[in-house]
Write a protein that binds this ligand. Structure first.
Ligand SMILES: O=C(O)C1=C[C@@H](OP(=O)(O)O)[C@@H](O)[C@H](O)C1
Ligand SMILES: C=C(OP(=O)(O)O)C(=O)O
Length: 442
């Protein structure tokens, strides 16, 4: 994927230095919020959601279901009520369904809609139309779906009516929760049994939430299976804070002398805690407090203080468990003593931007030696970063990582094309200001 700007966007400036102190509850988990809306829409009865992420990606999923005839109240202050229509109650939408910047919406909905008795088309913004969709459309086609893509397996995706689905057993060639979820969601509409085997553990929110809606899912080792034709029963869902958003203040506190930060109610699902494991290996001082169960997911409070970090070779088995946290982790690496090496992470090249190339460029703009590799990066840590200008290329996680880097910079950090931070972390600038990270929109 090339370094193409997404156009427009806001420019932000973060002031150098400071320390990170206080308490914060970051917004709701994006993966869980999408799934709560999707399963709520297909359930019988009304599902009440609290803690829902009101980011643009989740709002795009909500809008799609409204277009398919589902009534959704809210979201307001993280609360929404989804009046489910049952698995066969969706109605044909007019026009194309645009999910903006959200890969999760496009891939999961492609699976969910593959067995519907009417045509529909899914599209997205410029960034999403560059991301690979063959990873879902190919196995869905094996199940009997009739999907036409743009050249190269890209969106827009046209799903034609009449794809009678049959369950398959699919060994995923890559570790992707979006692919696994798309197939399981399609599997609800398929004849017989659908099984997905993963090459390495990936986030399991779909499986957990299906079970929460009373839909039986079986796991045997690295394989997850379900039978088609079941029903979903409405439930209530309390969405934990997103560990992927928490990663930014977490790294901010870890790299900044004098910091003392508590993050509340953070989603602590074991398939998501790779960022913690990696930071701990680097020497970070993070205490995990008050671990508890909330509606089928674990949550925890985290207490983070500054400690000197050291460069490491990141264990490859942790990569899928921290896949969205690498932009933040690269900033930690830039502030560590010695070299950090990441391998086995080629997937980072096909996110909202090519996160290997874009983060290497961002760190170089701040005076750091960062050498991209095909499937990772080598970063030389240093005592201080320079101020400078970073292009986020419209990728929310690059913009937030650059903001955090300002804490160790010797001059202001100016960040271009930041509007997409609203996809996953609305209110980022004001929440960061509450804990001492000072930035503003120019
Ligand atoms: O299933 C999900 O909610 C997600 C899975 C991951 O993508 P992949 O499945 O492509 O790894 C992750 O990067 C994305 O932000 C959310
Ligand atoms: C990759 C991400 O999301 P998505 O795939 O849903 O666009 C992300 O949030 O970092």
């Amino acid at each position: 994927m090339s370094l193409t700007a997404n156009g427009g966007g806001e420019t932000w400036q973060f002031q150098p230095g400071g320390s990170v102190r206080g308490e914060l509850r970051v917004p709701g988990d994006k993966s869980i919020s999408h799934r709560a809306v999707m399963l709520g829409a297909l359930a019988q009865g009304s599902t009440e959601i609290a803690g829902l992420l009101e980011g643009a990606d989740v709002l795009a999923t909500i809008e799609v279901f409204r277009r398919l005839g589902v009534t959704i109240e809210g979201p307001q202050y993280g609360r929404a009520v989804v009046h489910g229509v049952g698995r066969h109650g969706l109605r044909e939408p007019e026009g194309v369904l645009d999910v903006g910047n959200s890969g999760t919406s496009m891939r999961l909905l492609c699976g969910l809609f593959a067995g519907l008795p009417f045509d529909l088309t899914l599209t997205g913004d410029e960034s999403l139309r560059r991301r690979p969709m063959g990873r879902v459309t190919e196995p869905l086609t094996q199940m009997g779906a009739k999907i036409t893509t743009a050249e190269g397996g890209l969106a827009p995706l046209h799903l034609a009516a009449g794809g009678e689905l049959t369950g398959i057993s699919y060994h995923m060639p890559l570790a992707s929760a979006q692919v696994k979820s798309a197939l399981l969601l399609a599997g609800m509409y398929a004849r017989g049994r659908t099984c997905v085997t993963e090459p390495a553990p990936t986030r399991d929110h779909t499986e957990r939430m299906l079970a929460g809606f009373g839909y039986s899912v079986q796991r045997h080792g690295d394989t997850v299976c379900l039978e088609g034709g079941g029903t979903l029963s409405a439930t209530s869902i309390d969405v934990p804070s997103d560990i992927s958003s928490a990663a930014f203040p977490m790294v901010a506190a870890a790299i900044t002398p004098g910091s003392d930060l508590t993050l509340r109610h953070v989603g602590w699902n074991p398939t998501r805690t790779g960022v913690y494991e990696i930071l701990r290996l680097m020497g970070a001082a993070i205490e995990v407090l008050a671990t508890r169960e909330v509606g089928g997911e674990t949550v925890a409070d985290l207490h983070i203080q500054h400690a000197p970090l050291r460069g490491i070779h990141i264990p490859e088995e942790l990569v899928p468990l921290a896949i969205d946290e690498f932009p933040a982790l690269f900033v930690a690496a830039a502030c560590a003593q010695g070299e950090t090496v990441l391998t086995g992470a080629a997937e980072l090249r096909v996110k909202e931007s090519d996160r290997i190339a874009v983060m290497a460029e961002a760190l170089q703009s701040l005076g750091v030696s960062a050498e991209p590799q095909d499937d990772g990066v080598r970063i030389q840590g240093q005592p201080n970063l320079q101020g400078g200008r970073v292009n986020s290329y419209g990728d929310h996680r690059i913009a937030m990582a650059a903001a955090v880097a300002s804490l160790r910079a010797e001059g202001p950090v100016t960040i271009a094309d930041c509007a997409n931070v609203a996809t996953s972390y609305p209110g980022f600038i004001s929440q960061m200001a509450e804990i001492g990270i000072c930035g503003s929109s120019l």
